[in-house]
Design a protein around this ligand. Sequence first.
Ligand code: 9MR
Length: 582
Amino acid sequence: MNQKHLWLVGICSIFAACSTSTGKLPAESIRVNQLGYYPLQEKVAVVDSALVEQFTIADATSGKEVLKGKGKSTAVSEWPGKTRTTLDFSEIVTPGKYLLEVNGTSVPFEVKDKVLAPLADAALKAFYYQRTGMPIEEQYAGKWNRPAGHPDNKVMVHPNAASPQRPAGTIISSPKGWYDAGDYNKYIVNSAYSIGLMQSIYELFPDYFARQSVNIPESANTTPDLLDEMYYNLDWMLTMQDPSDGGVYHKLTTPSFEGFIKPIDCKQQRYVVKKSVMATLDFAAAMAQASRLFAPYEEDYPGFSKRAIAAAEKAYLWAKKNPEAYYEQDKLNKEYQPAVTTGAYGDNKADDEFFWAATELYLTTGKAAYREDATTKAPETFQTPGWPSVSALGVFAWLQPGRELNDADRTFAGLLKEKLLTYSEAAISGADTSSFHSPYGNKAKDFFWGCIAEGCANQGISLIYAYLQSGNKDYLANAYRNSDYMLGRNATGYCYVTGFGSKSPMNPHHRLAASDAIEEPIPGFLVGGPNPGQQDKVAYASNYPDESYSDTEPSYASNEIAINWNAALVGLASALDALSGK
Ligand code: 9MR
C-alpha cells in the first residue's frame, strides 16, 4: 500500500470511529439470532463495532425498558479492521418480543419456547421437495407443487460400469430418491452419508421424532416422518446395488449438469457409473443402521428391515474384496465415453468408511468379524462428520446413550468418548471471548465449500454428543452458539436458511427453485455459506473468508443447497429443540 492510500485509510477509520461513537449504527451491524432464543438459552448479540459502551432492552409492545447492560469487546478477529462488541442479555428469560437498542439503533428479537421447532420441521420437509420421480402435490407443497420429474426407469449402465451381467448400455430402473443439491443427480456417497447423519440424531431422540409431523404423504402412517422420508431415498439406494455381486454404483447422473430448467424439461440420458468402495461402504452403513431403526415399523414397511441388512452385508463383502475401487472421475474420463463431469464425491481414504460400516453392521448383527474390523479401523482422533469423513458417524453409533454393550465394547466406546471429549474441549476453548462468541467462525480454516453445515452445524452436533456423554453443559451451550452463528450472528448478517430470518438467501443455486417462477426460494434449505475458494468466480463483495458469500444464483460455491447440508440442519435444529429444556 502506498503512503497516499495509508493516509486515506487512516482518515476513513477515524471518520468511521467518530460517526459510530456519536451517530447511529446501521441496524445491519447488530447481529442476533434472527429466529430468537429459548428462555433458558444464553442470549448474546454481536455488534460490528468496537465502540459500543452500553445497550438497553425494551419490551417491544409496551416500549418499557427491561434491561440495561454494558458491551464487552471481543478478541480482535484474524482479519484486519474487524473489532466487535458482545452484548449479553441472558438475564431475559421471559418469553416475549423485545427491542435491543444500541447507540440509537434498535433491532427486534424474540424469546420463546420451541423456537427452533419450525426450523427443524422445515429442514426435514426440504427433503420432500427434493424427491424425484413423484409429483410434489399442492396439499403438501403449497405453491411449490410440481409434476413428477426424472422417473429414472430407463437408466443406462455407463461403459465405465460395465460387467459381464450388465454390459455397457444395459437399461436398468432406478427410480425415487432425492436430488442431491442444486443439481438433479443422485449420488450414493452423499445420500448414504446424509441418511446416516439424520438417522443418528433420530436414534438419539426417537420420542421427539415420534411427535413430529411435517405434512408429507406418509404423515398419516404410524412411522415417524423422519424415517418415512429416509425410506424414500433408501428405496432408491437399494436399486443402485448390482444384484450380481453386491457392489454399489457411485452415482446416477447425466454426463454433464443440466441447465436451470424444470425437471420435466430434462431430456439427457442418465447413467449409473462405476461401482466404488466409498459408495458401497456408505451404503452398507446406512442400510445396516436403517435395518435397526425400521425394525419396529414392519407394518408400514414390510420386509424392509431384513432386506436392508441383507443388502448391507452383501455390500460389505464386495467392499472387502475391492478395497481400492475408488471413483476417480478424471482417470475414468480418459478411458470411457461419454465423459462425466458432474459432482465427483471423490475420496481415496476408505478407513473411515470401513469403520462406520463395520460399526453399524456389528451393532445390528452382533457378528464378531464386524467388531474386529471396526476396532482395527477406529479413528485416531475425533473428526466432525462430513461426506468425505464419516468416522464420526461410527463414533456416534458407539456412543448412543442407552446402547447395551458388553464389557469389552464398553471399554472400546470409552476410548472413542475420550477422543470426542478431547476434540470438544479444544473446540470450545476461547469461544467466550471470540469475535462471534462461538466455537465456530473465528478462523480462516472454518470457511470452505459447504462450511455452514459441515463446519458450523456438524461441530454443534458433535458438541451435543459430547454433552450427552459427559453432562458438561458448556458443550451444549456452545452447540447453541453455533446455531446462533448459522442463524444470523455472523460476519455477513445472513440467516443462512431459505425462508427463515429477516435477512436470508433469496437466490440459492437451486435448479428446482430457479425454474419454478415463484419469487421466494423453496423454504427450509441451508446454503453452503462463505467460501474463500470462490470457485464460481462471481463477484463477491468481500474477500474475507467469513464474508466470501454471494446471494446470487450462479454462486454454486457459496449459495448452493445440498442434502448433506440439510441433514446437518435437521440434526442440529432437532437436537437443540429436543434439548431446549435442559
Ligand atoms: O459438498 C461438495 C464439496 O465438499 C466439494 O468441495 C464440491 C466440489 O467438488 O462439491 C460439493 O458437492 C457438490 C456435488 O459435487 C454435486 N452436487 C452439488 C454439491 C454441492 O455443491
